[in-house]
Ligand binder design. Structure first.
Ligand code: F6P
Length: 344
């Protein structure tokens, strides 16, 4: 009888999940394993909802955004009985190993299942936010930023035509990578990232200068930013099952646009890309990276190297301890802030 591997995708979806599933199935089948895919993240293994996966089912998903397995932000550790159900289903479904594809939260659960229950778990990192430690890049990031970059280019066209300041809000949660890369790649005039409170005076001065020169300006804003000069600008406190603040209604792009207009008197508009930057076909980079980490996950299972995550280090894909990837976010570093001083 073939040994069986379960796969799940958890947390926010991003382009590259399907190529990662495919890479894992392709490699695993060659190594003699069979696969099942759990539906909707950890919810699928808690409730025992799954479907068989094989090469035929995954052959043409390399170009599809989202995840064929579905996803959710379910945290089994929220209820002790759910952890029990995960362990029972793992046993009852005769699993040899579980491959968890996800970001900080999903891999945090995988880490605990490995550390506390010695479950045969291997992780695959994904997130459009690129905020995961122990890997140089996560798939999903390249596609999302490429999409945001294209949108920013379009905003420049309309902003330039109307002689306006355009403020563009992107996702990225509490790390500024998405905003920073979008801003660099689209020749923005200013970037606001959550790692540092926005110095409103500095922003206004730089935008005025840019506007004087070319009669329009582009500002890229990360969704979780705060303006230092604002008296109180508390983050909304609604949280998900992992305790993360839900950012969707903060409207920082709009707030910053109003702030700029009120301080400069220049007509200003804002746009929010939202979930559009998370869907659609993965870029070449994400298809290849996702395929490679998916393949590596199957190899780690085969080698019995559990509690590891398939990580990109330089040009290599290697196994690193899952616990090194979770616990602390990878945020924009000093080195990058030095670059921003040159570019903005
Ligand atoms: O973590 C990925 C991400 O897209 C963040 O950038 C964003 O804040 C969040 O997910 C949005 O989550 P949801 O899809 O649950 O609204």
């Amino acid at each position: 009888m073939k040994k069986r591997i379960g796969i799940l995708t958890g947390g926010g979806d991003c382009p590259g999940l399907n190529p990662a599933i495919r890479g894992c199935v392709y490699a695993g089948e060659k190594l003699g394993y069979e696969f099942i895919g759990f539906k909707d993240g950890w919810k699928g293994i808690v409730d025992g909802i799954y479907e068989p996966l094989n090469k035929e089912k995954t052959e043409y998903i390399i170009m599809q955004g989202g995840t064929i397995l579905g996803t959710s932000r379910t945290n089994p550790f929220k209820k002790e009985e759910n952890v029990k159900k995960v362990l029972e289903n793992f046993k009852n479904l005769n699993l040899h190993a579980l491959v968890a594809i996800g970001g900080e939260d999903t891999l945090g659960v995988a880490t605990r299942l490995y550390e506390e229950y010695k479950l045969n778990v291997v992780g695959v990192p994904k997130t459009m936010d690129n905020d995961l430690n122990a890997t140089d890049y996560t798939f999903g990031f390249d596609t999302s930023v490429t999409r945001a970059m294209d949108a920013a280019n379009a905003l420049i066209d309309t902003g330039r035509s109307h002689r306006r300041v355009m403020v563009f809000e992107v996702m990225g949660r509490h790390a500024g990578w998405v905003a920073l890369f979008t801003a660099i790649a689209s020749a923005a005039d200013y970037v606001c990232v959550p790692e540092r409170k926005i110095d409103g005076d500095d922003m206004v001065e730089k935008i005025k200068k840019a506007y004087e020169r070319k009669k329009f300006a582009l500002v890229v804003v990360s969704e979780a930013v705060e303006i230092a000069q604002e008296e109180k600008n508390p983050l909304k406190q609604e949280v998900d099952q992992f305790g993360h603040i839900i950012l969707k209604e903060r409207g920082m792009g709009e707030k910053i646009a109003k702030y700029i207009e009120s301080k400069t008197g220049i007509e200003t508009r804002h746009a929010v890309i939202g979930h559009m930057q998370r869907g659609g076909q993965p870029t070449l980079f994400d298809r290849i990276l996702a395929t490679r980490v998916g393949i590596k996950a199957a190899q780690l299972v085969h080698e019995g190297d559990f509690g590891k995550m398939a990580a990109l280090k330089g040009n290599d894909v290697v196994g690193v301890p899952l616990k090194d990837a979770t616990g602390e976010l990878k945020t924009v570093s000093e080195e990058w802030f030095k670059l921003t001083e040159i570019l903005f």
